[in-house]
Write a protein that binds this ligand. Structure first.
Ligand SMILES: C[S@@+](CC[C@H](N)C(=O)[O-])C[C@H]1O[C@@H](n2cnc3c(N)ncnc32)[C@H](O)[C@@H]1O
Length: 340
């Protein structure tokens, strides 16, 4: 096939120019001997363009033998390239959550029959231990979802590492989102030493443990899900904490009266936290901070809701932000607000 023979010290420069002009044939290997490098050209190379490029090098186009390059897919999308459309692959890739050793993904209904090859490809290319797919939406009071096994080890318990903290959990029996890592870190930075904090909907203790890892605080980690209570206890033992995390199993409405007034209350239950705003406001010290979350398409609705419940207490907005996208046009909104 046609190629260009060039002395070694100039080869890379010419190679780059050929790549830039899309004239280098990548289906065949570039070869070399002691003094020369041989660059394969695409079959329908542009003769005048090549003449123009090679005139600076004192070389010409000749026939040379080249060996076919062995194509190795570099990610699972390459691997599945000929089996699934690019658009479908992109959708699957966006749905990826990696929790510890487990990859959790979404399989659209039209790809159900290909789920096994997708699972295997994802396992090979992520090098994690297991792949599961989302069989249901997050639902119920515990905000958990059904996960179905696809590939690797059929074990849903794992340890997720985040900013030097270890969270043990089973993602089908408790809520946990690795996508909230930045938000957790944001709240950790807001907290001051010696605060008394209540996390109303603490799950496995992801906010409380992140905070107590670096701040000298007392945090009540409340959750109605007995599995979440089990894991928060384990996670306290798994991590070296500066502050104190006190796990409580139960409905926040029922346990709140046993707890002291708080400097800060965290309410990450974005679908229904609004129904608990009165409980939170009543339990917040004057000047205490509410870390409140709600699914919303705008900030005003969220702000007005909290201000209305807090009334006649004055409020001071510290920050309002989009934590992550929930659905087209709807955001998981985070509000940090002081209630005087
Ligand atoms: C969206 S999850 C958030 C968990 C945790 N804050 C996180 O970000 O990982 C909401 C949690 O609230 C708990 N929950 C729901 N209703 C509750 C209630 N009335 N009292 C206490 N916990 C509740 C659920 O069991 C679930 O673990």
């Amino acid at each position: 096939m046609k190629g260009i023979k060039i002395i070694k010290k100039e080869a890379n420069n010419l190679r780059q120019k050929l790549i830039k002009e899309k004239q280098l044939c990548t289906d065949y290997k570039v070869r070399s001997d002691d003094n020369f490098v041989y660059l394969p050209l695409i079959t329908d190379y542009d003769v005048s363009l090549i003449e123009n490029i090679v005139k600076d090098y004192d070389v010409g186009v000749e026939d040379y033998d080249f060996v076919k390059a062995q194509y190795r897919p570099t990610n699972f999308m390459d691997f599945l390239d000929d089996k699934i459309s690019q658009k479908e692959l992109e959708e699957i890739r966006k749905s990826f959550d990696i929790v510890g050793d487990i990859v959790i993904l979404e399989i659209p209904p039209e790809l159900e029959d290909k789920k096994t090859i997708i699972g295997k490809a994802v396992l090979d290319f992520t090098k994690r231990k297991s792949v599961f797919y989302k069989k249901s939406k997050v639902r119920g009071v515990t905000r958990t979802r059904e996960l179905e096994y696809l590939a690797g080890e059929d074990n849903l318990e794992t340890v997720h590492k985040e900013f030097g903290i270890r969270f043990k959990l089973n993602p089908s029996t408790v809520y946990f989102s690795p996508r909230l890592a930045t938000e957790r870190s944001r709240i950790v930075n807001e907290v001051k030493n010696h605060e008394t904090i209540i996390d109303f909907f603490a799950g496995i203790g992801s906010f409380p443990i992140s905070i107590a890892h670096v701040k000298d605080v007392k945090i009540y980690s409340v959750d109605i899900n007995p599995e979440a209570y089990k894991y928060v206890n384990e996670n306290i033992k798994l991590n070296r904490l500066i502050g104190e995390v006190i796990p409580i199993e139960g409905d926040i409405r029922k346990v709140i009266n046993d707890l002291p007034l708080a400097d800060r209350i965290i309410m990450n239950l974005p679908g229904t936290a609004k129904d608990f705003l009165d409980v939170a406001v009543n339990h917040l010290k004057s000047g205490g901070i509410l870390n409140y979350y709600e699914f919303s398409s705008d900030y005003d609705t969220v702000l007005k809701r909290v201000e209305d419940v807090a009334y006649p207490r004055e409020t001071e907005v510290l920050d309002i932000r989009k934590v992550k996208s929930q659905s087209p046009g709807v955001w998981h909104v985070g509000l940090s607000i002081r209630i005087l």
